[in-house]
Design a protein around this ligand. Structure first.
Ligand code: 1PR
Length: 554
């Protein structure tokens, strides 16, 4: 098509490109999907948001002839923007389940981050770029943070330096973007970099709100546009901690999907009618928290263990609607497991997750099913490849699989009383107990299992989880601060990112958890539901202060 408002999109169906689509439409463009290699050659401008793993993506490109068309298109210096895997595939090869050959347009091998020096893999979060040459599409970015989610990266070398337009540092220096003529590719996610982490003033930010990531797409789509906004310079910090707004969602007694929030997982009002606490509509609240500056938004369907999620059309609809306006990563959890319906039709957890990804989720979160998988794995020491964690991470990558842990404190006088890892408590228990272990629960805290949070975290990391969402039933909804003892224990035990959750009630609680533990992110619910709109921005400035004071690991 010659229509100037059309963008050709190469989506080979491996995952969620809904957010890229939404961002393109948000900027006023229409999308034409690539069906054949010819569509690539005829594109006026082409966006290639690579998702999934390297090898299956190359298989599709090779088997359909699209790889060859892509090479021709790029070698002819036609307008191209690759995103994430869409950057990596341009290189010669990748170590991801490999070596696997790539398109070979840029010299170099894509390798895995080294987690041995204390940097967590996958690299998930906001980092500042070091811009090395006129990159054109990065002109609005300056030293602002953009959003990365990846375990593999390409490194700068003498052979590929003519391509590099920016680098980033995460343990080592890696390539954040490349540019040659009209060909661009970025390792970060412009469509997810909508956050306002960069705004330091909680009160000014509404006027200065700026969608940093969307500016990259806009610059690519409108290269000659006279976007001349000048941005004030801000102090760049290497790696920012994330603040995540969580929406616990369930069907109320009238059958509507509502945001609710419990105290220690109890969501009933305990007034006369004992109704489910109703705090608002999921899509509206997600939009509000995004505008307020949340780095990510999570939806947890807290009765997912009961309902069959594929029958849960309202949740899919929530994701579809939320992802149209929320340009930060969305996580959805609740009910992700293998399932046989009343007609004896079997659905794998992968099918359930795929439906969520297609509807706009960037990550899925597994609770109860992860406990069963970890128990089984610890018993047999065999990775069957069949658990939901293994199945979903194989197809969508580790970074797409979060394991949500719902532990409850069990006090002990003597740590040798249990076979599970226990810790010495900073604040002794109600009867002066000096120790506790953290018992994992399933089905929304209703059933305790014979496994500790520590044992679970180690096991699910081995099974392929990319991140841990660490709740604590004792602290949930109490607003008295995070369980620092627990979060320290778990974040020191694994090398994947840990999200601290449960108990935030004040700004200090965020800086506290970031300064005293190795958590990579903090999630909260009640405080955002209760507080005024500027709260999230306030939380950010707390995080930034913590960073500037150098108390972060990055
Ligand atoms: O087991 O795979 O179906 O997943 C169910 C998911 O739902 C799990 O992630 C589990 O944590 C969550 N869940 C189940 N029941 C409840 C409940 O509250 N009755 N919510 C529940 C858990 C924990 C956080 C909460 C933080 C922060 N809520 O989502 O938002 O504790 O709260 P705060 O800042 O207000 O203290 P499956």
């Amino acid at each position: 098509s010659n229509d100037d408002s059309v963008v050709t999109l190469l989506d080979y169906g491996a995952g969620n490109v809904r957010s890229v689509r939404n961002a393109i439409r948000h900027l006023g463009f229409q999308i034409k999907d690539v069906q054949t290699p010819r569509d690539i050659l005829n594109a006026r401008r082409l966006i290639f948001p690579g998702v999934g793993a390297f090898a299956p993506a190359m298989d599709v490109l090779n088997n359909t002839g699209m790889g060859e068309a892509l090479c021709t298109y790029i070698q002819n210096d036609r307008p191209f923007l690759g995103i994430c895997l869409g950057l990596q595939l341009l290189f010669e090869s990748s170590e991801e389940n490999g070596p696997v050959g790539g398109l070979g347009l840029i010299p170099g091998v894509v390798g895995r981050f080294d987690s041995s020096n204390g940097f967590r893999v996958p690299h998930i979060g906001w980092n500042a770029l070091q811009i090395t040459k006129d990159s054109e599409i990065l002109d609005d970015i300056g030293n602002r943070h953009v959003y990365f989610v990846h375990s593999y990266r390409a490194m700068p070398s003498n052979e590929n330096k003519e391509w590099i337009s920016s680098t980033c540092n995460y343990g080592d220096e890696f390539i954040a973007s490349v540019r040659k003529g009209k060909v661009h590719a970025v390792q970060f996610h412009p469509e997810k970099s909508g956050g306002k982490l960069f705004i330091t003033s909680a009160f000014l930010f509404l006027q200065h709100m700026d969608y940093v990531g969307l500016s990259v797409l806009r610059r690519f789509l409108l290269p000659k546009s006279s976007l001349t906004e000048k941005h004030t310079e801000r102090k760049a910090s290497k790696l920012a901690k994330r603040v995540i707004a969580c929406l616990d969602v369930r069907t109320n007694d009238e059958g509507d999907l509502v945001v609710t929030k419990g105290d220690q997982y109890d969501v009933r009002e305990h007034a006369e009618k004992n109704e489910v606490r109703n705090l608002g509509k999921p899509v509206e609240l997600a939009g509000k928290y995004y505008k307020d500056g949340a780095d990510e938004v999570s939806f947890l369907n807290i009765t997912g263990f009961r309902d069959f999620p594929l029958g849960d059309l309202p949740m899919l609809q929530v994701l579809r609607c939320a992802s149209e306006n929320v340009f930060v990563p969305l996580t959805v959890g609740g009910g992700i497991r293998d399932f046989t319906d009343s007609n004896d039709r079997y659905y794998s957890s992968l099918e359930v997750a795929s439906e969520y990804f297609r509807s706009g989720a960037d990550k899925i979160s597994i609770g109860s099913d992860a406990v069963h998988a970890a128990e089984e794995y610890l018993k047999t020491k065999v990775k069957t490849g069949k658990s939901s964690i293994e199945q979903i991470s194989r197809v969508y990558g580790n970074q797409a699989v979060v394991v949500s842990i719902d532990p409850r404190r069990v006090y002990l006088n003597d740590p040798s009383d249990v076979e599970f890892k226990s810790i010495r408590l900073t604040n002794p228990g109600p009867n002066g107990e000096e120790y506790a272990w953290y018992q994992c629960t399933i089905n929304g805290g209703r059933e305790g299992r014979p496994i500790g949070a520590y044992e679970l975290a180690k096991a699910v990391e081995e099974l392929g989880a990319g991140e841990i969402l660490l709740n604590c039933i004792d602290c949930d909804g109490q607003g008295k601060g995070f369980d620092i003892d627990l979060i320290k224990m778990i974040s020191d035990a694994v090398s994947i990112p840990v999200i601290a959750s449960s108990g935030a009630g004040a700004a200090e609680h965020f800086s506290d958890v970031f300064s005293k533990t190795n958590a990579s992110a903090a999630l909260a619910a009640g405080i955002f539901h209760r507080k005024e709109t500027f709260w999230l921005a306030g939380a950010h400035s707390v995080c930034e202060r913590a960073l500037v004071e150098g108390r972060h690991r990055g």
